[in-house]
Design a protein around this ligand. Structure first.
Ligand SMILES: [Zn+2]
Length: 482
């Protein structure tokens, strides 16, 4: 018995030593030297460009047969404010309103890059806005308006970046394709999807794709005393599931014990109580691997030994915040419920919509199977139109990723950079046929409060952010296209 005790102490001691050594030898990467000199940016000009862009009410059309002349007028506007870029650009309209501006580089042996943005914006009711939503009004250092964040600002700083580069006299060697869809807010099937099909039919391969997404986070929530730039390397899937229960209806004065509503609500409760189990998908492992060296000792010890702490860590991350929860698993949210149309009727059919964001190791089908198993055989579940499986995961060992990381570190000198799974949807998912280097990064810092204004009231962007955003694109073009 005594020997057994010594053996156990020995094993635990060895394991602890192993974990401590692993932590000690996880060190930050050495800083690379850089010749970066920040470009002078004409803030007045880029501000005016964005204000003008917001004034075009390019609200997503519900179908492509509607009059989309507002998109063509918006393109004419872009063509008028970027003389150097547009003089070199070859324009191709795709499916009437999506557009590619091909800015040719001098070396045709280099694969082109694609800079994505969407021209469309979600609608904006004037009620509750401090400024008229399509005025682009400037107030207290902010530009207000629909699209000021999502995502005319990114389109404008990308084009201003190219214009600034060309103005500086630098030679553009690699071709840049500015690919602007017009229905991202409705799924991108008429815009981005058609652009990527067109490029595929032309035999185009891309060096990399950059689109909106990613974010700049305050690292303090995970024990890091720095800002963190997250690059989205994949997208979760999306599906709406319709749950329906059919039972005899009737008058509510003589209810049965199990009505269609009872059965439906019990099914929803089981779904909420038994979410899909959390897993470590590659982008999340890569994210923690990139950030662990910079964490405070306690966080670092746990994250470096993630495999050993996994049984505690996975449920803990699901509990800490909605953000870490959705990184770890497929999420489901009941968003709509329908019963009888009058208050004194037992509905013959009760239905609900469950919206799922599907983790990259799952599929729409596996999620359906999970829901059906929990809901039981009395609940009919169908998949609504518009579902999409999770995207592939982009390469982070590529030269393109390394250049993107370098660019961010140069422009925002104190930032850490890490990959992560993008939890919303973007046009970028349609481009995996053309390259495995599909990245999502939005080069603006914003408060959580301002980020919450996206698609909501009083969407706005701080004017000062346009300088860093334009510098980011100038430097990205210098690093990868010159
Ligand atoms: Zn967007």
């Amino acid at each position: 018995m005594e020997i057994f005790g010594y053996v156990v102490i020995g094993i635990v001691g060895a394991l602890l030593l192993f974990m401590i050594l692993r932590t000690v030898f996880t060190r930050p990467k050495k800083l690379e030297t850089s010749d970066y000199v920040a470009q002078e940016i004409n803030l007045e000009e880029v501000t005016a460009h964005l204000v003008g862009a917001i004034q075009y009410e390019t609200i997503t059309m519900s179908d492509n047969s509607q009059d989309g002349s507002k998109f063509l007028a918006y393109q004419e506007y872009l063509e008028s404010i970027y003389p150097l870029t547009m003089a070199r650009a070859e324009k191709t309209l795709i499916n009437k309103y999506a557009v590619i501006y091909k800015v040719k580089g001098s070396d045709e042996s280099l694969l082109p890059v694609a800079v994505l943005a969407h021209q469309d914006v979600v609608p904006a009711d004037e009620d509750g806005w401090e400024c008229e939503p399509f005025s682009g009004e400037i107030k207290d250092g902010y530009i207000y308006g629909r699209g000021s964040q999502d995502m005319k600002s990114q389109m404008i700083v990308a084009l201003d970046g190219m214009e600034t580069l060309l103005r500086s006299g630098k030679e553009l060697k690699r071709t840049v394709l500015f690919c602007f869809g017009h229905d991202e807010e409705l799924r991108g099937t008429e815009g981005a999807s058609c652009i990527s099909e067109h490029l595929l039919s032309q035999g185009v391969r891309l060096e990399y794709v950059i689109d909106e997404g990613g974010t700049i986070l305050d690292g303090s929530i995970i024990g890091i005393n720095k800002k963190i730039a997250l690059i989205g390397t994949c997208e979760k899937g999306y599906a709406d599931f319709k749950l329906e229960v059919e039972k005899d209806g009737g008058h509510s004065s003589t209810p049965r014990r199990k009505t269609s509503v009872n059965t439906l609500v019990s099914a929803i409760n089981r779904i909420e109580k038994h979410p899909v189990r959390p897993t470590w998908v590659k982008p999340v492992k890569d994210m923690f691997k990139a950030l662990a060296p910079y964490m405070n000792p306690a966080f670092k010890f746990v994250l470096v030994n993630r495999d050993i702490f996994s049984p505690i860590l996975k449920p803990l991350l699901c509990l800490i915040s909605p953000f870490t929860n959705c990184l770890m698993r497929t999420t489901s949210a009941t968003t709509q419920l329908k019963g009888a149309s009058t208050p004194n009727t037992l509905p013959g059919v009760a239905s609900a919509n469950v919206n799922c964001r599907i983790n990259i190791d799952e599929t729409v089908e596996s999620t359906l199977a999970h829901l059906q198993k929990l809901a039981g055989k009395n609940v009919k579940i169908s998949i609504e139109e518009g579902y999409i499986n999770p995207s592939p995961v982009s390469d982070i060992d590529s030269n393109a990723y390394a250049m993107l990381e370098k660019t961010i570190k140069e422009v925002y000198s104190e930032f850490l950079v890490a990959p992560y799974p993008f939890i919303a949807a973007s046009d970028a998912k349609y481009y995996y046929k053309l390259t495995n280097n599909v990245y999502r990064f939005t080069p603006f810092e914003k408060t959580v409060e301002d980020a919450n204004r996206i698609h909501g009231l009083n969407e706005r962007i701080e004017i000062a952010q346009l300088v860093a955003g334009t510098r980011f694109f100038v430097r990205l073009f210098e690093n990868t296209c010159c």
